[in-house]
Design a protein around this ligand. Structure first.
Ligand SMILES: [Zn+2]
Length: 100
């Protein structure tokens, strides 16, 4: 079973977590100034990369808190997890780099 390292609780089974979409998306300061295309891009445009992706997760069956994670979409491995508001950790490009 895949274990996800909650920054508040430690490693727990993946069944306790829910995916919450792409991380680091900032809501526009004044949405009324945006056109329809720009607003649509904010609502629905996502990067969807192949490889390491910054994602928001929630520990729904644990502490209930949101956090960010770097997950490799090619092999489903979590490279790092970090609290909301913390800076995205630098991850080496080499595969199989496990953080302690
Ligand atoms: Zn937790």
């Amino acid at each position: 079973m895949l274990l996800i390292d909650c920054p508040f609780c430690g490693k727990r089974p993946e069944l306790e977590f829910r995916y919450g979409g792409e991380a680091h998306l900032a809501r526009p300061a004044d949405p009324a100034d945006l056109g329809d295309k720009a607003w649509g891009q904010f609502l629905y445009g996502r990067s969807n990369p192949r490889g390491v992706h910054a994602e928001r997760w929630r520990h729904v069956h644990g502490c209930g808190r949101f956090f960010n994670a770097l997950r490799d979409t090619t092999n489903d491995r979590f490279a790092a997890t970090y609290k909301i508001g913390e800076e995205r950790p630098a991850i080496p490009e080499a595969e199989g780099a496990a953080s302690a």
